[in-house]
Design a protein around this ligand. Structure first.
Ligand code: NAD
Ligand code: GLY
Length: 363
């Protein structure tokens, strides 16, 4: 097992990463001092891992309340959030009852937002079970739900007490979901860690093949990068925005096609190719580097050509982004592989040019 720390003074917390951690009560017990925990999961992950986790906790005298939600991004909304509150109230959970998220990013974001708001805030534990959640969404405290007009538009920052990542859960993850997680691994290399990008180029095939050492390294290096960014800028007043590389374009894709049609990581990959294309059109990143980006996504079996929504529709949807300030789009662009920046003044003609030919990318 490998343990990292997210250093946030008195809200610092460990990220434990290893194989078989669901069977390790000593990792959970320090965070469950009152003998009871509400486990939020869904109809896919619950049947796979809930009993295993319950057995681990119950053998140490911890009672579990299971809240099993419908599966899917389309359920990351108020209605589902309310079913969590219903269950917490019906089971008389109080301010000391921790909420534990057992699932991917959708469950983590929903359960985290419930933890941030139930009785004005209760303890929270993340047990991520998708690669995307293990490398990104379980770390850093962003929680929330979607609004029909925009993704993740309602939420709160609420850091967990611990992230417990059992890499054995990836054994059951569908291939397409694994690829979607690799998109976020590649992201860290692109925005701040050129060596890690080169590593992901060399190991993309091993990651797809679920080689345990490759997965462990990808998760650890991703979490280290994310922890450093969050430690420097927890509330996203600066550097943390770079973690949204490809996301302004990607959220527009997800929103236009309907949440759940393209996976988040797929939309991020195609969105990053658009961001790289614009960066190149602005004379920043080289064509050769754009080709490297396209190549690594192709190796990871991710889409590189964004859907053709028309430039106007893209701009309309991108205008809903949380990074918009005073009506001005702020895009994450690339100077080179390993160096991203926030750009508030991308030339409109170049942006429209890229959005008018979204499927164009180097072969
Ligand atoms: P997800 O939670 O929908 O999980 C993907 C699918 O895999 C689901 O069907 C799920 O039930 C299933 N699944 C999960 N674990 C499994 C396992 N071990 N075996 C078999 N199936 C399993 O999607 P995701 O990609 O994990 O997360 C995407 C969400 O995360 C989006 O809503 C996105 O906005 C959010 N996100 C949040 C942050 C953050 O910082 N909070 C960061 C990135 C993404
Ligand atoms: N996934 C973006 C963030 O955590 O800031």
């Amino acid at each position: 097992m490998h343990t990292l720390t997210v250093g946030l003074a008195d809200r610092s917390y460990p990220i434990h990463i290893g194989h078989g951690l669901l069977a390790r009560p000593e990792l959970f017990l320090p965070h469950l001092p009152h003998g009871k925990v509400a486990v939020v999961t869904n109809t896919t992950v619950g049947p796979l891992y809930l009993e295993r986790l319950k057995a681990t906790l119950e053998q140490s005298g911890i009672g579990t309340i299971a809240v099993v939600l419908p599966d899917g991004e389309q359920h990351k909304n108020w209605e589902t959030l309310n079913t969590i509150f219903d269950a917490l109230l019906q089971n008389r959970c109080d301010r000391r009852t921790p909420i534990l998220a057992l699932g991917g990013g959708v469950i983590g974001d929903l359960a985290g937002f419930a933890a941030a708001t139930y009785m004005r805030g209760v303890p929270f534990i993340q047990v991520p079970t998708t690669l995307l959640a293990q490398v990104d969404s379980s770390v850093g405290g962003k929680t929330g739900i979607n609004h029909p007009l925009g993704k993740n538009m309602v939420g709160a920052f609420w850091q967990p007490l611990a992230v417990i990542t059992d890499t054995a859960t990836l054994d059951t993850l569908p291939d397409r979901e694994l690829s979607a997680g690799i998109a976020e691994v590649v992201k860290y290399g692109l925005i701040r860690d050129a060596d890690f990008f080169a590593w992901s180029e060399r190991h993309a095939t091993e990651l797809l093949g679920r080689r345990p050492e490759a997965l462990q390294e990808a998760i650890s290096r991703s979490c280290r990068n994310k922890a450093e960014v969050v430690e420097a800028d927890e509330r996203e007043t600066g550097e943390r925005a770079l973690l949204n590389l490809g996301h302004t374009f990607g959220h527009a894709i997800e929103n236009a096609l309907g949440y759940g049609s393209w996976l988040h990581g797929e939309a991020v990959a195609a969105g990053t190719v658009l961001a790289a294309g614009l960066s190149s059109a602005m004379g920043l990143i080289t064509e050769a580097d754009v080709e490297r980006i396209v190549r690594v996504y192709r190796l990871a079996r991710l889409p590189v050509a964004a859907p053709d929504l028309g430039a106007d529709r893209y701009l309309e949807l991108m205008g809903l982004d949380k990074k918009v300030q005073g009506g001005r789009l702020r895009l994450i662009l690339l100077r080179r592989i390993g160096e991203a920046f926030v750009c508030g003044d991308a030339p409109e003609a170049l942006l429209k040019g890229v959005l008018s030919h979204p499927a164009h990318c180097p072969s």
